[in-house]
Design a binder for this molecule. Structure first.
Ligand SMILES: O=C(O)[C@H]1O[C@H](OP(=O)(O)OP(=O)(O)OC[C@H]2O[C@@H](n3ccc(=O)[nH]c3=O)[C@H](O)[C@@H]2O)[C@H](O)[C@@H](O)[C@H]1O
Length: 436
């Protein structure tokens, strides 16, 4: 029986009320007492269930609401401001002052460390949501601490917090990587994608537009916006109006939102379409990562197969290549042209594919992992479910090559070898900070 079958096809028949025997005033009294009893019970039940209900795993509440819930983590105060300023101090004359959102995430950590190392001032923001293992995010935070990057714990939807950051520091650039990632999870928790990828992005842009001077923004779009396109390789000029998942739709919405803030307010905005980024410190929800875990544990992995092309394939892109692309996007970003929320001239608006240009079938990814782990995988092959996945991705990177000097140089085997080395040192032995 489908869900639709549970809904009655016709509303219940109208039943006329029976005439009441008691006098009118008594009936009124009984009615009002009964009414207030049921109302109290109803509200008591609502409050009871509200208190019992868990927060959605992927959308931990903004820090303001966390304070309301009794969480002691807080921001503000002279010591906190001192840490914020210290983290954004430049150690090179030509450095940028960058706010990185989502920096306890995979790409965010790598980008923040790379910026700090070359002398830029870096402050990072992350809400440490529970979409995947928070311990891994905390370990990434230790890496950031180690290189002198201060991590502010909070949500991009927390207007007061983000405004405060802009009050304390003048950011020349923002790298916006905070997002609800994952293609398949969108079917389980659609609200978290709207919360982070749409509401959060708009909130951040609202604050950036009003900042004086406005920062230039580089943000993470996604290869998933190409959706059901069959023309390969994907070019930035290709259509993006057929997303296959809500994740893709929210990233596509981000592309359009960026256009608006560029057009109306003069914000300089660059969108980077990442293609299945992998590597050390990666995301445990991604296939290469949990395949590694499953293979080592002897658990069966599922390989999706498309009807006509065999194994689905991805243009897997190594993290170091993507980081170079992000830094090049920052370095070539022109200044925003608005001030005080008003546009003063035409501003830069760009979109680039950051892929590897060599799609690899997922079955070959597994063969490489088997070789590197020296373990045979237990596999089962299933037809690609309709879960948001697309059959293949393949980037045309000529625009990024021309404008950013982007040139990916890590093939999948080399990148996976580095990932496997990190994985074993992180999970199987104790991670050393000096590895960074
Ligand atoms: O480029 C992006 O914009 C996106 O990249 C990533 O999405 P994907 O390319 O889908 O990566 P990932 O989940 O690792 O699946 C890889 C392959 O394994 C196949 N796959 C997956 C699971 C499984 O059990 N079996 C399987 O065959 C699966 O069908 C697929 O072919 C990010 O997660 C996403 O946040 C976004 O950044």
């Amino acid at each position: 029986m489908s869900r639709l079958d549970n809904i009655p096809s016709t509303p219940g028949k109208y039943k006329p009320e029976k005439p009441l025997a008691a006098p009118y005033s008594l009936r009124l009294l009984i009615h009002s007492k009964l009414l207030s009893f049921w109302c109290s019970l109803f509200f008591a039940l609502i409050i009871f269930f509200f208190l019992l209900s868990p927060l959605p795993p992927s959308s931990s509440p903004p820090s303001s609401s966390r304070r309301f819930l009794g969480n002691t983590s807080s921001w503000g105060g002279p010591h906190w401001e001192k840490q914020v300023r210290k983290s954004t101090r430049l150690s090179s004359n030509s450095g940028l002052t960058v706010l990185v959102t989502g920096a306890a995430g995979f790409v965010g950590t790598h980008v923040s460390v790379a910026l700090k190392r070359r002398g830029d001032g870096v402050l990072v923001l992350d809400n440490f949501n529970h979409y995947y293992d928070v311990n891994l995010k905390r370990e990434r935070q230790r890496v950031l601490d180690h290189v002198g990057v201060f991590v502010v714990e909070g949500d991009i939807n927390d207007v007061a917090l983000v405004k405060k950051l802009f009050d304390v520091v003048y950011f020349s650039h923002v790298v916006h990587l905070a997002a609800q990632a994952g293609v398949r999870y969108a079917m389980q928790n659609p609200g978290s994608y709207v919360h982070s990828n749409i509401a959060g992005f708009v909130n951040l842009l609202e604050i950036c537009k009003s900042a004086n001077p406005q920062p230039a923004i580089v943000w993470a779009s996604s290869s998933s916006v190409y959706g059901l396109n069959s023309k390969v390789p994907y070019s930035e000029k290709d259509r993006t109006d057929r997303p296959a998942s809500l994740y893709a739709a929210t990233k596509k919405a981000g592309d359009e939102i960026a256009h608006i803030y560029n057009h109306i307010y003069g914000l300089s905005i660059t969108g980077l379409r990442f293609f299945t980024v992998y590597g050390p410190w990666g995301r445990p929800d991604m296939a290469y990562f949990f395949f590694t875990r499953y293979i080592l544990k002897g658990k069966t992995i599922t390989l999706f197969e498309s009807p006509d092309r065999g194994s689905v394939s991805r243009d897997f892109t190594y993290i170091d290549d993507v980081v170079k692309g992000c830094l090049a996007a920052l370095d070539t970003a022109k200044k925003s042209t608005g001030s005080g929320g008003k546009k003063k001239g035409v501003a830069q608006l760009r979109v680039f594919n950051l892929g590897n240009t060599t799609p690899v079938p997922v079955s070959s990814l597994v063969t490489l992992l088997e070789k590197l782990l020296k373990v045979n995988a237990k596999k089962k092959v299933l037809p690609l479910p309709r879960n948001g996945d697309v059959e293949f991705t393949h980037a045309n990177i000529s625009l990024a090559q021309k404008e950013l000097g982007y040139k990916p140089s890590t093939d999948l085997e080399t990148g996976l070898r580095k990932f496997v080395r990190w994985y074993s040192s992180f999970y199987l032995k104790k991670k050393k900070k000096s590895d960074w």
